[in-house]
Design a protein around this ligand. Structure first.
Ligand SMILES: [Zn+2]
Length: 152
């Protein structure tokens, strides 16, 4: 018995599939997103063991693996920890490239949030820059209720 690939040229069919889905955000992310929507405020959660303020909030501390405790108000201003410039349009991007994704650590938090930068040319972005959240006028309870962060 011979291997089928020795006698048949493999064919490649290109296509696309649409995969709509719904995702239960859970108690912690739901409260975070609804507070962003309704109050334009960022909430973190504090770990009772290591005392880190996790923002975005997590139900379980990823460092200690214990349930987080108190909710903590976090500033809407912070610092760019790191960033990258998106240059290629994949068709599912929130902005037209080139644009910047950054990890932003808000004042009062010990962890960073990945979000978009705006109102700045990608070439002018630097780690350590201070930025502030710009909220969407119409908010729906999604992370893009924050349109982007802009330089302070
Ligand atoms: Zn911890």
């Amino acid at each position: 018995m011979s291997n089928v690939w020795e006698s048949v040229e493999p064919r490649v069919y290109e296509s696309q599939i649409k995969v709509p889905y719904a995702w239960q955000a859970g108690e912690t992310a739901s409260r975070f997103l609804l507070t962003l929507k309704n109050e334009k405020k960022f909430l973190g959660k504090k770990c009772p063991k290591c005392a880190k303020v996790l923002m975005p909030p997590r139900k379980v501390c990823p460092y200690c693996f214990v349930e987080t405790g108190d909710w903590v108000d976090v500033s809407d201003e912070g610092v760019i920890e790191t960033f990258t410039v998106a240059r290629r349009d994949t068709g599912i991007m929130p902005l037209k490239p080139p644009f910047v994704y950054a990890v932003i650590r808000l004042d009062g938090a010990d962890t960073g949030l990945v979000h978009l930068l705006g109102e700045i040319e990608p070439g002018a972005v630097r780690a350590g820059m201070r930025v502030k959240a710009v909220f969407a006028e119409e908010r729906t309870g999604k992370i893009l209720d924050v349109e982007h962060f802009k330089p302070v």
